[in-house]
Each structure stands twice: as structure tokens, then as C-alpha cells.
Design a protein around this ligand. Structure first.
Ligand code: SIN
Length: 333
């Protein structure tokens, strides 16, 4: 008996339509889940398929309301013995954030695979159908269990912790620059190289909170992008607007100018969590390297880029953790 894979659709370019196949302008989130399934009849070769529409948005409009609804639905479905894996179709723009959130909040060892497309469904050489086929093959594969939430795009299998979008238009947009790929999948044939190094899903201390209501309210955390002559008072504006934590997308190894550093250190002394991440696309942010984090009271994001650091900080603040515990989380997840 083939595995049963449920496809949960949220929109994105994989469900997008352009007016003509050779046109670069298009509208994301136009097709429904059943149309996407019907467009790839060969899915039936690898699994029994069913589908459900969770949302139909461009992923720039993904929200924590949708994300929490998606997470709870996944956690509910995964308790069913007759569901072996889940594929989430999603826009690529914020796919890494959704993948990382699910990696912390899904409470099951069964495969959860995100996929999408860089070209709309009716484009010349649309990449969505093969991405969907490969994603279903990975979701149906028992060897994909216990590897955390995975992203399947362009024949590559990425871990949620590691992947990042690197190109605005190319089908080879996702890379895992710090830790490398989890594996590859070629016309449904899988090969795995490693298990993710960081804690995830069932072992995550956050996952049990998304099984049953009430779900935790997530506090606002803002990302501030460091640049030449960065205005230090951006931090004050964020906090006045209700932010409970700040992630600095720092220069280089998480740096910021003197004015911003002094203001950030003052806020850290008042109990605001300040996380130093980096606007550089690859590499880690090291503690006490160029800045004395111990005396400034900062947290470093280690391997997490600013968007993923924000998600971890939101979940940690919802648990009311303190600074030193939150620093440990950045080495754990
Ligand atoms: C989106 O993220 O929804 C649009 C872009 C894409 O899916 O590639």
C-alpha cells in the first residue's frame, strides 16, 4: 500500500498564473489545491494524495495567524495513523521563515516538506509540477522521518535551519550555505547526506504549545537593517511601536555603528532582548568577537539569519525566557 500524503496549499507562484507563458509578470496564489494535484497525474505513482486549501496568498502576505493555523492543522493531521507525510505548497519569498517556524512548532517525526516554484504554473518550463512531484516523493519516503522540516526545490532537499533564498528569479534560488544540503531528489529518487544538526520538531520545547488551543500570543520583534550612518533612534521607534525584542541585521559579523551600539546596550540593560544577526548572506555571528557581548548584554544569532532569528526570539519571548537562556537557544535550534 502506498503512503498517504496530504498536500496543504497556501498559495505562492506555484499556484500563480501569468497572462501568457512567456510573460514575466504574473499573479501568485490563483490556482486551488485540487487544480495543482490534477496538473501532475504522476503524483499517484508515488503516493495516495489528498489536498486541503489553508490559504491562497503570495508569501509576502504570510502572517502568524495563517502560520499558527497551518501548524495546528499539521499537528492534528499527524496524529492520524493513515497520514504518512505532509507537503506544504508555499511562495518562495518567505518559505524559509515558514519552514523554520514549522521546524520549531511541528510535533511529529513524520516528514513535513515545503515546496514552491519560481515560475508560474502556466509559464514555459514551469518548475512547480516537478517540485511538487519530488516533494510528494520525499514526504512519502520513510527515510525522510526525523529529519525535521525540509524544503524540496530544484532537485535539492534543504533543512529548515539552513536554507536561504539567494536569487530573485532563478529556479536555483535556495542554498544551504553554512551546513549544506540534507539530500537530493531526482524524479522522485531520494538520496540523503545527513540529519539536521540542530534540535527540531518533536524535540523542540515549542512544539507542544501548537497542538491544542490556546496557542501562545507571539510578541512583536522588529528587524533593523544596519547600514552606513544607521540612525540609532530606530530602536526607540520600534520599542515605542510595541516591539519586545530587536534583531539587528548587522554589518559583517553582526556589527553596528557606535550610536546604535550604545543605544542597544542601554536597552539591553533595561531588559530588552537585542539579538545581533547579519545582513551578510552566509557565515555565523560570533559571540564576543568584535563586540564584548558579555558586557553589552547582547545575544548573538550564531547561524540564524535575521528573519529566522526573529522567529526564534518571538517564540522565546512568548515563553518569558531571560537573555542567557535565549542565547543558549540560538546554539540549540
Ligand atoms: C511568493 O513568495 O508568494 C511569490 C514568489 C514565489 O513564490 O516565488
Amino acid at each position: 500500500m502506498k503512503s498517504h500524503v496530504m498536500i496543504l496549499a497556501t498559495g505562492g507562484t506555484i499556484a500563480g498564473i501569468s497572462q501568457t507563458p512567456a510573460q514575466s509578470d504574473y499573479c501568485a496564489g490563483q490556482m486551488g489545491v485540487q487544480d495543482m494535484i490534477d496538473a501532475v497525474p504522476d503524483l499517484k505513482q508515488v503516493a495516495r494524495i489528498s489536498g486541503e486549501q489553508i490559504a491562497n496568498v503570495g508569501s509576502q502576505d504570510m502572517s502568524f495567524d495563517i502560520l499558527i493555523h497551518l501548524t495546528c492543522r499539521i499537528n492534528e493531521l499527524m496524529t492520524q495513523d493513515d497520514i504518512h507525510g505532509i507537503v506544504v505548497t508555499h511562495g518562495t519569498d518567505t518559505m524559509e521563515e515558514t519552514a523554520f517556524f514549522l521546524n520549531l512548532a511541528v510535533n511529529s517525526p513524520k516528514p513535513v516538506i515545503l515546496t514552491g516554484a519560481m515560475r508560474p504554473a502556466n509559464a514555459i518550463s514551469a518548475d512547480g509540477p516537478l517540485n511538487l512531484f519530488n516533494a510528494v516523493a520525499v514526504a512519502a519516503d520513510p527515510d525522510a522521518r526525523e529529519r525535521g522540516v525540509l524544503v524540496v526545490m530544484n532537485d535539492r532537499i534543504h533543512g529548515a535551519h539552513s536554507l536561504t533564498k539567494t536569487n530573485t528569479t532563478s529556479v536555483e534560488t535556495f542554498l544551504s550555505p553554512v551546513n549544506g544540503l540534507v539530500g537530493t531528489v531526482n524524479y522522485g529518487k531520494t538520496a540523503y547526506f545527513r540529519f539536521p544538526f540542530r534540535r527540531h520538531t518533536c524535540l523542540s520545547e515549542f512544539s507542544s504549545r501548537f497542538c491544542q488551543p490556546p496557542h501562545p500570543a507571539l510578541p512583536r520583534v522588529d528587524i533593523l537593517y544596519a547600514c552606513v550612518d544607521m540612525p540609532p533612534d530606530l530602536i526607540d521607534f520600534s520599542l515605542a511601536a510595541g516591539a519586545r525584542g530587536i534583531v539587528i541585521a548587522g554589518d559583517g559579523n553582526g556589527n553596528m555603528n557606535q550610536g546604535t551600539m550604545k543605544n542597544a546596550a542601554q536597552k539591553a540593560a533595561q531588559g530588552i532582548c537585542i539579538v545581533r544577526s547579519s545582513r551578510v548572506p552566509t557565515g555565523t555571528v560570533g559571540r564576543n568577537v568584535e563586540l564584548d557581548d558579555d558586557s553589552l548584554g547582547f545575544i548573538v544569532s550564531d547561524e540564524l539569519n535575521p528573519a529566522k532569528a526573529r522567529i526564534l526570539l518571538m517564540l522565546a519571548l512568548a515563553k518569558k525566557y531571560g537573555t542567557s537562556h535565549i542565547q543558549q537557544l540560538f546554539y540549540t535550534y
